[in-house]
Design a protein around this ligand. Sequence first.
Ligand code: B12
Length: 207
Amino acid sequence: MLEKIYENVIKGNIAGVTEGIQEALAANQDPSTILKQGMIAAMEEVGRRFENEECYIPEMLIAARAMQSGLSILRPRLIQANIEPIGKVVMGTVKGDLHDIGKNLVGMMLEGVGFEIVDVGTSVAAAQFIEAIETHQPKFVGMSALLTTTMPEIGTTIKEFQKAGVRDQIIVMIGGAPIDQKFADEVGADLYAPDAAAAANKTKMLL
Ligand code: B12
């Protein structure tokens, strides 16, 4: 069943992914195993093929669509029902960057441990983050960047938080494939996590 999900995410076959997930859930397969071994593993393989020029942007895009559609089915299973929010998190992908699968996953995992998520979307400029901070008064602001060309936008946005006087009222957490702890230290982020599960653990511990 996991193999079926994996293959169909790579092929971008939404119906196949949906069917695979429904079968796996009906067979009591753990949703986080479906996510990690069926879906994330498939996106990693798509990334590997793209790097080796074995597939191109259209294939990457249809795989991403199938992944997003699968995530919408898994979402309720990953999020525990009926929990009071333990804090608010504003989440977005930085300006110039349209990758949102990782951000969405982090959001879901955070929801799963009890946070309320305010998703501000993709290609979010510093001013939009600041507006969301002022409107929603979150404890955490999560920024995602998947491109080496958009990584610096994280540092720029943190500087804008300082200028706007909101830096001290929030905990800034960052992530995305090219991000590491060293970069987080350089730009003055409070928290870095390599994946969605670590993000949920670290955030809850900090709280
Ligand atoms: C799917 C995909 C796309 C899709 C995105 C669809 C979508 N809705 O997101 C599309 C086709 C649109 C796309 C476009 C492009 N892409 Co692209 N894409 C990918 C791919 C294959 C997978 C990314 C993904 O979803 N991974 C799965 C998720 C689950 O992993 P993740 O994002 O890393 O997130 C996890 C962690 O990083 C972390 N995390 C993420 N965010 C956050 C935030 C916080 C706060 C925390 C704590 C943690 C955290 O937790 C997440 C979950 O565990 C990667 C390859 C790869 N191996 O990453 C390339 C990749 C990122 N893309 C790449 C490129 C070059 C592009 C384009 C420039 C291509 C082009 N020439 O047009 C455009 C850029 C468009 C733009 N302006 O953003 C390059 C980047 C290279 C680089 N050095 O910068 C990669 C690495 C491919 C490659 N090997 O060359 N892409």
